[in-house]
Design a protein around this ligand. Sequence first.
Ligand code: ADP
Ligand code: ZN
Length: 733
Amino acid sequence: MGFVEPCVKVAVLAPVRQLFDYLLPAGLSASARVGCRVRVPFGRGIRIGIIVALEAEPSTGAKLKPVIEVLDDEALVPPELMALARWASEYYCHPPGEVFATVFPLELRRGEQARDALEEAWSLTDEGAQQLVGEARIGPRQRQVLQLAVAAPLRASTVRDFPFDARRVVRELVGRQWLEVQRLSARRASTGAPEDFLDLNEAQAAAAAAVIAGLNKFSPTLLEGVTGSGKTEVYLHLARTLQASGHQTLVLIPEIGLSEQLVQRFQRRFGDAVALLHSELSDRERALIWERCRSGESGVLVGTRSALWTPLPRLGLIIVDEEHDASFKQQEGFRYSARDVAVMRARQAAIPVLLGSATPSLESEANVARGKYRRLRLPERAGGAVPPTLRGLDVRGLPLSGGLSDALCQAMDRTLARGEQVLLFLNRRGYAPVVLCHACGWIARCSRCDARLVLHREAGKLVCHHCDTTLVLARQPPRCCENPALITLGVGTEQLEEVLRVRFPGRRVLRVDRDSMRRKGQFEAACAAVRNGEVDILLGTQMLTKGHDFPLVTLVGVVDADSRLFATDFRAAERFAQLIMQVAGRAGRGSRPGQVLVQTHHPEHPMLQNVLAHDYPTFARMALDEREAAGLPPFEALAVLRAESTQAETPTQFLAALRRDLKPGLPAEVRLAGPVPATMERRAGKFRALLMLSAMRRSALARALHELLSLIDAAPLRNRVRWHLDIDPEEVG
Ligand code: ADP
Ligand code: ZN
């Protein structure tokens, strides 16, 4: 038997769909472990990768290249997270190296050291301490530096602020072994005394107890409760219980800007023990938090989607707040659902996972119906307020001003006269969605998309909401005809605000959308102003449906429900219901019940009727029946292959050829649909088409996708399109 050189299997951080074997030189084998990063030759360059397996023998006979360097002396990614990333790579048919690239903060992806994320500090050794007693022969600066290290380790940031070159002094002292090097996490401002926990009410206590009873095993739970029913308080209690037993809690939230109240409550209760991870942090801060979690220093991690991939060695519970929110699904690159992968993480780690929502996703509803998830309800709003009433407002044939009917305006008058607040929901930014020339019929369209340009009058621009193409009206006025006479059709939030100021003079109007809330903290301040009663009429987009409560609002007006009723996507009904319920849920607290008026031209529309019956569970049951009848998720597993190109025909040709080649070998249970052009065929200059694959059994779909990927590898047109696979897509358009 010949000598067998050891080798390792590596996921190279590159967009390639396979793992690679490398030889492990004898000098490196001592530190090489699964979960360590390595530097390896790859193509013509050198790349970072992660060891996913240690093998005594290479799996191919080919001559292997050796690993250049092992970057970590312990596994940077614990086995549990390694398994999760590999599972996700398979499940989402995504290159393993790109999945691992999601796991690592940028600095680690670049090969920098994890512990560099921690601040360097120096502590006094016993010998060093002796130098400070008596009259040892020691310079005044040395003494000064040593003295600073007496009470607590001396931090690099402190040393930097010295008037003399204290780094040099520190180096000397380290050389003499009077100081020794340490790593500390960066100093954070103390947040003062932690806030007290509230006593849970009966339903909250029952929910918390049910989760606690399932600790140390996989037990997925759906916590259903309207806004204000006390879900966050349950999360806080659970995190505290976990902390007391030495476990970490991971809390996933949809968007940082819209979840500020929740974040602040965690910070006030847990102080420095809570770490916060979101996309607005610098790379350095991300790396630091990652390291604090990995080292076990942070007991609670609150974060958006990508926080899911943080190593948490003592993880005991995962909470996903607003689990129905679409932002948990990444919409580019590695298209994963943080909610779904969170459930898998909990399963692999054998811990409970709690999914919270007022309007659960139909996926989770179906999992409850199948007995896979347990459902817990928080039936009441804290404070015992009654739920709002919902009513459709038939606006057919009625004069509308700025999109508002007289009936709605009168209801607003009555509400305002009682000193209560009104919230108007209109999910359309800008002044008007259509700009038309009255003289010649020209319509302002995006040159790069099949879309119309939206007038933003405040900014003096026409803007495409799909690719951000912008025409500055002062510089590029439309020259459609001899005498352009521009008029607008439709109403956006800017225009609604204008109309409100005229129709309700003296009332304090506040508009909340992405244009009016650009600066950091602005949205928070606006919400606080509303809660403090400094606003009479609040109007805005989707932003208003998330996160915040407005107890003084007693009337909610949905200005235009119709655009949603005829959306073609299979999730349209679910999204519409969630939206109405969420916006309704913001209103009415205490003794004043809320009222929701939904303006529509289609009061008899069944979807609207269902939603207005104001019972989300009933709606969900009916919607699930429809999905089942139509063979749609969550009853069938669905995947979409999308392709795009600057050439109009190429994406469809590419997909049609794949379909043709795929068909013969496909089991009957896998259904193919398409290729069809995307709902908006051209976007940002690219033509887009899609092919859908579905099957009752996920395993059958997975096999078909596997086959599809190998066909793509051999497809003649594959270099003339950009393509991606989207598993469990949010939408199929
Ligand atoms: P949700 O997360 O479901 O929107 P919250 O946990 O934010 O609900 O609770 C809504 C409001 O009720 C908050 O102001 C919270 O402080 C208060 N609250 C929640 N639970 C309790 C409780 N057990 N006792 C007193 N107040 C509570
Ligand atoms: Zn565009």
